[in-house]
Design a protein around this ligand. Structure first.
Ligand code: ACM
Length: 534
């Protein structure tokens, strides 16, 4: 009944009864997992799991000679014993322990009393080191409180990377002290488009995280073994920044923060002052985010403005580049050099492969599998995040009643069938380059946390199995465990997509209740990935 499925799980006869007086004995190195158990379970039982020496009737957390994320968990009539390779393993053991309790253990509070834990022996460790989820807080802002709740839901599924897409054409969401208009202007737009092709809603939308908010989010995630990887997307996807500081762009006319969707034509210019501006931005971002990995985007950068701009053309000549395509890779190289000098590793979308890459750069492969295969064979580490398998903005079924009108269908079963190592790489040493995978919650058409719940769950539970559990799938077994897991999500208050029943909400008025596709989008993707084959 555990999700994601552990490496080994044997349910045993009997149970352990956790009551208000049950005590907890933890190795000092594992005190974070102990604190988490106390804060989550205490309000349900009315006890506070007081510290104790290991002994009968207690929950014991001990260090063992195991990999840092691995654990062994034994629940018997006489107590609970957890042996963990480190704080992460202890935290995952605590997550599993709660899943051996009834759904009531997932509520924020209870009447007090006893909780039964099923007797079991679990041996477990993750298959991949990178088990991520991208959350797009740029297209629609998510409040700090809702974001912290999302972090808890990731932790429940033993994910360990939150890729925060913080900036885009439609909004800039992180305070930068040196350049305050990025949020003063760039965090706010006058309205939003409804659906890909629909009318505009006439409602302002905005918000951003202060630096104190970011420090809190990073610390909260860290306590749950989740690294927050920031993304500042450039040189495309930058209209909100250009609206705030027009000197970053290529045009003489002012821009507003973008209100529609799709790939924007407004991109950064290549002046040295623009590079310095973004180095200022990254100086502050690196202070806020201790992550060894920092994403600079690099996706979907139309080159027309550079073709049309005499200044960009002069810059291309001055830098001795062959053309606009090389200007894009020059951009990425500049920030790769900047990040490497500061001990961080650049992550970029697979478009960054198109101009040759510095050896330490990590490729987030999103346009199908090809970027992953190309990058790994060229010696780059890879995060496998193919739109065809893990993009949770895609509709979950073919029916007309799906409330978010994205044309492409990606069912729960499709996600469960996903294999992070691309078929072409299997059996090759290059497969070792796949660090893992991340699913993606892009939010152009998802305008509230309720919709995020609906689009992310239960697909995120299926995704978690693809990165945590041993290779190989068993759909009937997953379905059975998922049924138990949905009761946990109900207890937490997650509005996941149900197989049947009324929808809990509708999208904005005016959104067509039928699938929409972006004109020519798939053929555009195909044309771009064809470039990767060169
Ligand atoms: C992406 O979906 N543009 C990375």
């Amino acid at each position: 009944m555990i999700v994601p499925k552990p490496v080994h799980c044997q349910v045993l006869p009997g149970r352990f009864v956790l009551g208000p007086d049950t005590a907890l004995a933890a190795d000092p190195a594992l005190r974070a997992a102990a604190a988490w158990l106390r804060s989550e379970i205490g309000p349900v039982t009315g006890g506070d799991l007081p510290p104790a020496a290991p002994g009968p009737g207690t929950i014991t957390l001990a260090l063992a000679d195991l990999p840092p994320e691995a654990y062994r968990l034994t629940v018997g009539e006489d107590g609970v014993r957890i042996a963990a390779g480190g704080p992460a393993g202890a935290f995952y053991a605590a997550q599993t322990l709660r899943q051996l309790m009834p759904p009531a253990a997932f509520r924020k509070a209870g009447p007090g009393g006893e909780l039964e834990i099923r007797a079991a022996h679990v041996e477990d460790e993750p298959r991949f080191g990178w088990r991520g989820c991208l959350l797009d807080v740029a297209r629609h802002f998510m409040t700090k409180q809702d974001l912290l709740r999302f972090v808890d839901l990731m932790a429940l599924h033993k994910l360990n990377v939150l890729h925060l897409h913080l900036t885009d054409d439609q909004g800039w969401r992180v305070e930068i002290r040196r350049h305050p208009r990025l949020t003063g202007v760039g965090a706010w737009r006058t309205q939003s488009q409804t659906g890909w092709n629909g009318p505009f809603d006439g409602r302002p939308h905005g918000g951003y995280y202060t630096q104190d908010d970011i420090r809190e989010i990073v610390a909260y995630a860290g306590q749950r073994n989740i690294t927050v990887v920031p993304e500042i997307d450039l040189p495309g996807h930058t209209q909100a920044a250009i609206a705030a500081y027009p000197e970053l762009g290529n045009l003489d006319t002012p821009l507003e923060v973008r209100t529609g969707w799709g790939i924007g034509t407004n991109v950064l210019n290549a002046e040295e002052s623009t590079i310095r501006f973004f180095e200022d931005v990254f100086d502050e971002v690196l202070e806020l985010f201790p992550s060894p990995y920092v994403c600079v985007g690099g996706d979907e950068c139309p080159k027309q403005q550079w073709r049309d701009s005499p200044a960009a053309q002069a810059r291309i000549r001055e830098l001795g580049l062959a053309g606009e395509e090389e200007l894009q890779s020059w951009y990425i190289h500049r920030f790769d050099t900047y990040l490497s000098a500061r001990g961080r590793r650049l992550v970029g979308w697979d478009e960054i492969l198109e101009g040759g890459l510095a050896p330490g750069a990590v490729v987030a492969s999103w346009r199908g599998d090809l970027g992953a295969v190309t990058a790994a064979r060229n010696g780059h580490d890879v995060i496998s995040t193919p739109n065809t398998s893990v993009y949770f903005d895609y509709r979950q079924g073919p029916g007309e009643d799906e409330p978010v009108p994205f044309g492409t269908v990606l069912t729960l079963e499709d996600v469960y069938a996903f294999e992070p190592i691309p078929a072409e790489l299997r059996g090759e040493p290059a497969a070792e380059r796949v660090l893992g995978s991340q699913c993606a919650v892009w939010t152009e058409l998802i305008d509230s946390p309720r919709q995020v719940d609906y689009m992310a769950f239960p697909r995120l539970a299926a995704f978690a199995e693809t990165v945590w559990s041993p290779a190989g799938r068993d759909l009937p077994d997953f379905r059975q465990r998922l049924a138990a897991h949905l009761e946990r999500l109900d207890a937490i208050g997650v509005e996941y997509r149900r197989e049947s029943g009324p929808l809990p909400w509708q999208t904005r008025p005016g959104v067509p209740g039928r699938p929409e596709t972006v004109d020519g989008w798939q053929s555009q993707l195909d044309a771009w990935t064809a470039n990767l084959r060169r």
